[in-house]
Ligand binder design. Structure first.
Ligand code: GLN
Length: 290
């Protein structure tokens, strides 16, 4: 039997997602993929159940289902992911933006808005920008206030995606630089940034969680030294690049809060604190340079 209406595909999705397995894929992956393939709004799932898929739509849908079952995330099939209410292109060279990373964006904006005086030198650095989601969301929010954002990544392929995303989201106040963390940035006499943010790789190389993340670039996910190697480097060098009173905000693993706060304190940061993500896990640590 050829499955060819939305009603029949919904039944097929029901069968795909009614198991008890641990690596069950969420059913919205299949319905979102269906809507992408047939280029219809979500309401069609309810109001247009008799919609007839063409043979090529059915073939494309099934091909995507096979890929998802083999571990390719939905976002790599559709080539896009929502973040901070904007649409970001993603591909296999970039991490797929996580909703929890919005906590980092939110915290940085809260800090900027709570400053008693206008910051003199409005520049923000995003280290390991990937798809550019953090830099571009902040650039969008800080456009009016004339902030200039510098976004770096080691991967030229990731930077191409990030540059595309800056254009498609109408954001012009971001400069993209290919660099291993701070390496390619000029070391001026004066520190250059009011804020440094990063969502670096932080998963321990032996963490079994990595086995479920095979499609994304390992260099964006995992780091040596219990996942802390890159965070340590970013924190220790940050004081060279941050203006007095400037903010460092870093995303990290749910069990790294203590270790990351210690790194901040050892480098002389003050007001060091950790904020939880939407799942109530430690996720972002912030501190101000003295
Ligand atoms: N938070 C992501 C995850 O655990 C990892 C992101 C990262 O390594 N920066 O799936």
């Amino acid at each position: 039997m050829t499955v060819s209406t939305i009603r029949q595909i919904k039944q097929q999705i029901g069968q795909l997602t009614n198991g008890e397995s641990d690596n069950q894929l969420p059913s919205f992956w299949f319905t979102d993929w269906l809507l992408h393939v047939i280029d219809q709004p979500a309401i069609a799932l309810m109001t247009d159940e008799d919609y007839q898929l063409t043979d090529s739509e059915v073939a494309r849908f099934n091909d995507g289902v096979n890929k998802m079952q083999k571990g390719i995330p939905l976002a790599y099939l559709t080539g896009q992911q929502e973040f901070w209410s904007m649409s970001f292109k993603v591909n296999e060279h970039t991490l797929i933006p996580r909703p929890d990373t919005e906590v980092l964006v939110e915290q940085v904006l809260n800090w900027i808005n709570a400053q008693p005086r206008q910051l003199s030198n409005k520049r923000l650095l995003d280290l390991g920008t990937g798809s550019g989601c953090i830099a571009i969301s902040l650039a969008h929010e800080l456009k009016q206030a004339n902030w200039q954002i510098v976004a770096v990544d080691l991967s030229s392929e990731a930077l191409k995606v990030a540059q595309h995303n800056a254009m498609s989201n109408n954001v012009a106040n971001v400069d993209f630089v290919q660099s291993s963390w701070y390496q390619a940035l000029p070391t001026n006499d004066e520190p250059q940034f009011d804020v440094i943010v990063s969502n670096p790789p932080y998963i321990d190389e032996t963490d079994e969680h990595l086995a479920h993340l095979t499609a994304e670039p390992i260099s964006a996910l995992s780091a040596p030294n219990q996942g802390l190697a890159d965070i340590e480097h970013i924190v220790q060098q940050a004081t060279t690049y941050l203006c007095t009173g400037g903010l460092l905000a870093i995303e990290h693993g749910y069990d790294q809060g203590d270790a990351v706060r210690k790194l901040f304190l050892d480098s002389g940061f003050e007001s060091v604190h950790t904020v939880k993500d939407y799942g109530d896990n430690d996720r972002v640590t912030l501190g101000q340079v003295q």
